[in-house]
Design a protein. Structure first.
Length: 456
C-alpha cells in the first residue's frame, strides 16, 4: 500500500492534534501505515512548546485566514516529525472534507512537505476532489465511505479518472467508529448493521470498476484481529486491512493528556454516545461526559413556537427582556414556565422554529462562541458560517450545537476531559477488560502493533 509492503494495520487519523507526527511515525516504523491528522495540527516554538492557536482577526474571514495558516504550518510540522521517525515506513495525512478550506490546507501541506507523505485519507463528506489533489502530488488516495452507494457516487463523479492512484477504500462503520460518522437518512442510528454484507456490497461495486484487488480497510469496531478471522483470505471480500483509531489513543506516544488516558480505562459499555449535536450536521460518537450531558439537557429543554396563534400553538408565552409574546402549545407553556422558574430564563430561537431554554451564563457563552467563529468547517450550523461566497449558510445560527474547534482544542491541550468533547469509537469500553492494559500498563506504539499482530 502506498508503494510499501506493510502489515495490514492502519492507524486511524484523529483530528485537532490527537494523532500527531510522533505517534504516526512510530506506527509506520512498527510496520503498519502511520496516519497523522491534518486537521488543525500543532506547531511548536523554538523550545518545543505548542504554539496556541489564538485568533486576532476582527472578522470571521480574517480569523479564517489565520486558521488556514495555522493548519498548513501545523500539517507540515507533523509531516516532518512523522517522516523522521518512520524508518522508511509509509505516512498518510488524514483530512476532513468538511473542514474549513480543506483543499487549500491539503494542497499547502503537501506542497510544503513534498516527498514526506505517501497517501491521503479523507472522509466526513463526499471528497470527490481528493483524487485529483493526490494525483497532482503523485501519492495515493484513500477515501473514507460508509456504503457502496457513496463510493459509486465518488467513482462516477471523479475517481474513474484517477483509478491508478486509488490506494484503497476505507469502509468506516457508521455505528461503531469514533468521531464523525456517515449515517445516511435511510439508516437507523439505533439499529447497527453487520458490516460484512455492507463491505461485500462495496467490494462487488469495486469489482464492477476493475478494483477487485484494491484493498478495503475496515474501520470502526476493530479491536482484536482474532474476531475478524473470517475476513482474512475471504474470496468475497478480497484484500482487507484494518484501521485502529481508539486503541491507538492509549499509547505512550499519543499526545492526549494523562487524564484522558486514565479516563479510557474506566469506560463501560454504553459510555460512548452516538449523537446528532455536531455543528457539521453529521452523527458522531463521543464519550458521554458532562459536555454531552449538557447538550442532551439543552436540547431537551425545547419547545416549538409560532409568532402568531396557529392551531394548538395558542398559549401566550412572554420571552426575553422585552417579554415579547410567542405562542406555544398549552402543555409546552407549563414546561417552559417550569424551566424558567428553575433558572433557565433565556429562550434562544433555533432554525427549526423552536426555543431552547438556558441560563443567562450559558446564553452568553453560546453567543460569544458564535461571534468568535473562525470558520473551522466548510459549513457550520452552530455559527451559520459558510466558506462559500456569501460566507453564511442562509439559516439562523443554531444554539442547540456548539463550537467544535474550541472544545477540541481545549481537550487536546488540557486536562479538562469532563466538560469538553471527547471522541471515541464504541469499543473504547474494552480498555477496562483487555488484559493487555492491566495494572495501568500503557504500551508504546511498537508494543501495541506487535500485540495486535498476534490477534489480541
Amino acid at each position: 500500500m502506498s508503494g510499501h509492503d506493510v502489515l495490514p494495520l492502519v492507524e486511524g487519523g484523529k483530528g485537532v492534534a490527537i494523532t500527531n507526527g510522533e505517534c504516526s511515525g512510530a506506527w509506520a516504523a512498527a510496520g503498519g501505515i502511520g496516519t497523522f491528522s491534518g486537521v488543525n495540527a500543532d506547531s511548536y516554538d523554538d523550545n518545543g512548546r505548542v504554539i496556541p492557536q489564538i485568533y486576532s482577526g476582527r472578522t470571521r474571514r480574517e480569523r479564517h485566514e489565520e486558521l488556514v495558516r495555522y493548519a498548513i504550518d501545523g500539517g507540515i510540522t507533523q509531516a516532518k516529525a512523522a517522516y523522521e521517525l518512520a524508518r522508511g515506513g509509509p505516512i498518510h495525512i488524514n483530512v476532513l472534507w468538511e473542514m474549513g478550506a480543506a483543499e487549500r490546507v491539503l494542497n499547502g501541506v503537501l506542497e510544503g512537505a513534498k516527498g514526506l507523505i505517501n497517501g491521503v485519507t479523507c472522509g466526513a463528506g463526499m471528497p470527490y476532489r481528493i483524487a485529483q489533489i493526490a494525483a497532482n502530488f503523485g501519492i495515493s488516495y484513500y477515501p473514507i465511505v460508509s456504503s457502496s452507494r457513496a463510493f459509486r457516487a465518488l467513482w462516477k463523479r471523479a475517481y474513474h479518472k484517477f483509478s491508478d492512484m486509488l490506494g484503497g477504500v476505507v469502509y468506516e462503520d457508521p455505528w461503531l467508529a469514533g468521531g464523525h460518522n456517515g449515517l445516511s437518512n435511510s439508516e437507523d442510528p439505533e439499529v447497527p448493521e453487520d458490516p460484512f454484507p455492507r463491505v461485500v456490497e462495496l467490494r462487488n461495486k469495486m469489482r464492477e470498476y476493475g478494483l477487485g484487488e484494491t484493498p478495503i480497510i475496515m474501520a470502526g469496531g476493530v479491536w482484536y484481529l482474532r474476531e475478524w478471522q473470517d475476513w482474512f483470505d475471504n474470496k468475497e471480500l478480497g484484500p482487507i486491512a484494518f484501521q485502529f483509531g481508539t486503541r491507538a489513543l492509549l499509547t505512550k506516544e499519543c499526545p492526549i493528556s494523562d487524564a484522558w488516558k486514565a479516563k479510557l480505562v474506566t469506560l463501560k459499555e454504553g459510555d460512548i454516545f452516538l449523537n446528532h449535536y455536531s455543528p457539521t450536521g453529521f452523527w458522531s460518537s463521543a464519550v458521554d461526559n458532562n459536555f454531552i450531558k449538557e447538550l442532551r439537557e439543552r436540547n431537551g429543554r425545547q419547545v416549538a413556537y409560532t409568532t402568531q396563534p396557529v392551531g394548538e400553538h395558542n398559549a401566550e408565552l412572554p420571552i426575553g427582556p422585552r417579554k415579547r409574546i410567542v405562542y406555544v402549545a398549552e402543555q409546552d407553556k407549563a414546561r417552559a414556565e417550569a424551566w424558567i422558574a428553575a433558572g433557565f430564563t433565556d429562550a434562544l430561537r433555533t432554525p427549526g422554529s423552536t426555543l431552547i431554554f438556558v441560563t443567562p451564563q450559558k446564553a452568553n457563552q453560546i453567543r460569544t462562541d458564535q461571534i468568535e467563529c473562525m470558520g473551522c468547517l466548510s459549513s457550520c450550523r452552530f455559527s451559520n458560517w459558510s466558506q462559500g461566497e456569501g460566507r453564511g449558510t442562509g439559516r439562523k445560527a443554531d444554539p442547540r450545537s456548539f463550537c467544535i474547534q474550541k472544545t477540541l482544542q481545549s481537550i487536546a491541550h488540557s486536562d479538562d476531559i469532563e466538560d469538553q468533547l471527547m471522541f471515541s469509537g464504541h469499543g473504547g469500553y474494552r480498555f477496562a477488560t483487555d488484559p493487555f492494559y492491566s495494572n495501568g500498563f500503557i504500551p508504546t506504539v511498537g508494543q501495541l502493533v506487535e500485540r495486535i499482530a498476534t490477534g489480541d
